[in-house]
Ligand binder design. Structure first.
Ligand SMILES: Nc1nc2c(ncn2[C@@H]2O[C@H](COP(=O)(O)OP(=O)(O)OP(=O)(O)O)[C@@H](O)[C@H]2O)c(=O)[nH]1
Ligand SMILES: [Mg+2]
Length: 327
């Protein structure tokens, strides 16, 4: 199973899924990068492609938190492209910039999962960044694509974590395997996998307890969850997704390094992208971490998660410019 539009999860029609995804990005566009506070909105206003225009592009990219190296690379690509295809006005150049940003993001493989069933997706991260909510939304997203989903409540640490997850799972039509508070998370995962095999479930989602990346013992617990999966299925989990809040900034790198030591990360779930005006964060995170953003959260509702889509995302970053160029 993979999450790209062209080759998607088992049982899903790629065409209808692509259309659904496009619609989602359109309806959520105003939340990416803070809508009216979009950093790209003034770019089309200049008269000609002079140094001031390129300075403004660089400034907008930096203000949108794209990151210095990436911002410079994009401006340099834009200069070359503008010269090669003979672009003379800012309007066209901004359209070209958007295309270059899409291309840059398309260089990464954002597929989700493998081919063996059940597919296993483990969600990890520091406290309170949106893991449980993301598992709930993802259960809904995958169920709505016709997949059977089983959720393992492996956060046995925080009181009420199981109940919180249970509410999401019920709403999404998935099923859940849970143990008592304080139980061994590895045992929960083992039982969830056994149940998934017995019931021929497509996907197992594992919600884990929030943990500070500096706490060695808690990180060892994550490694153990990885080993349980390998022992039970004879293969590693398909995805280990690190949940990061879009506002995390440089600490994301520190977090990712520590989690990477416990389990090999395969992707990022970027949450709360609706709560920042720095919508360019996806570029910075991918450059810093070298791990692709695979899913984004743009709100607290059950429908507010989608597979990351370079085109939909860049379109959203520039939408303010497009809709209201003179304001
Ligand atoms: N605005 C917004 N809020 C979000 C998003 N994702 C999660 N939240 C909110 O973030 C808060 C924490 O979410 P949880 O899912 O409980 O976080 P968690 O990582 O499971 O927390 P712990 O298990 O305690 O580590 C909740 O109030 C969610 O509604 C998002 O994409 N956008
Ligand atoms: Mg949680």
């Amino acid at each position: 199973m993979t999450g790209e539009e062209q080759d998607t999860l088992p049982g899903v029609s790629p065409a209808s899924e692509g259309e659904r995804r496009r619609r989602w990005w359109q309806t959520h566009a105003s939340r990416v990068g803070g809508g009216k506070t979009s950093r790209f909105r003034f770019l089309r206003q200049g008269r000609k492609l002079d140094e001031e225009f390129y300075d403004n592009v660089l400034e907008a990219l930096l203000a949108g938190d794209v990151g210095l190296d990436m911002a410079e690379e994009l401006v340099s690509r834009l200069r070359i492209a503008a010269r090669d295809v003979k672009i003379h006005d800012p309007e066209e150049a901004v359209t070209m910039l958007e295309q270059l940003m899409v291309q840059r993001l398309q260089e990464r493989n954002r597929g989700i999962g493998g081919s063996a069933l059940p597919g296993v997706i483990v969600v990890v991260g520091v406290n309170g960044n949106g893991k449980t909510t993301s598992v709930g939304k993802l259960a809904h997203l995958l169920s709505s694509q016709g997949l059977s989903v089983l959720v393992a409540a492996a956060d046995t640490f925080r009181a009420a974590a199981r109940e919180q997850l249970g509410v999401w799972v019920e709403r999404s039509g998935a099923t859940m395997v849970a143990h008592k508070d304080g139980a061994d998370p590895g045992a929960v995962v083992f039982d969830a996998l056994a149940a998934a095999e017995a019931r021929h479930v497509d996907i197992v989602l594992v919600d884990t307890a929030g943990r500070l990346h500096t706490k060695g013992q808690l990180m060892a617990e994550l490694s153990k969850i990885g080993k349980v999966i390998e022992r039970k299925l004879g293969r590693p989990a398909d995805e280990i997704l690190l949940v990061l809040e879009a506002v995390t900034g440089m600490n994301a790198l520190v977090q990712a390094r520590e989690f990477q030591k416990a389990l090999p990360l395969t992707g990022i779930v970027l949450t709360k992208l609706d709560g920042t005006s720095k919508g360019g964060m996806v570029f910075a995170i991918e450059e810093e971490l070298g791990i692709p953003v695979k899913l984004v959260g743009l709100g607290e509702g059950i429908e507010d998660m989608q597979f990351f889509d370079p085109q939909g995302y860049c379109h959203a970053l520039f939408q303010d410019v497009r809709q209201d160029p003179t304001e």
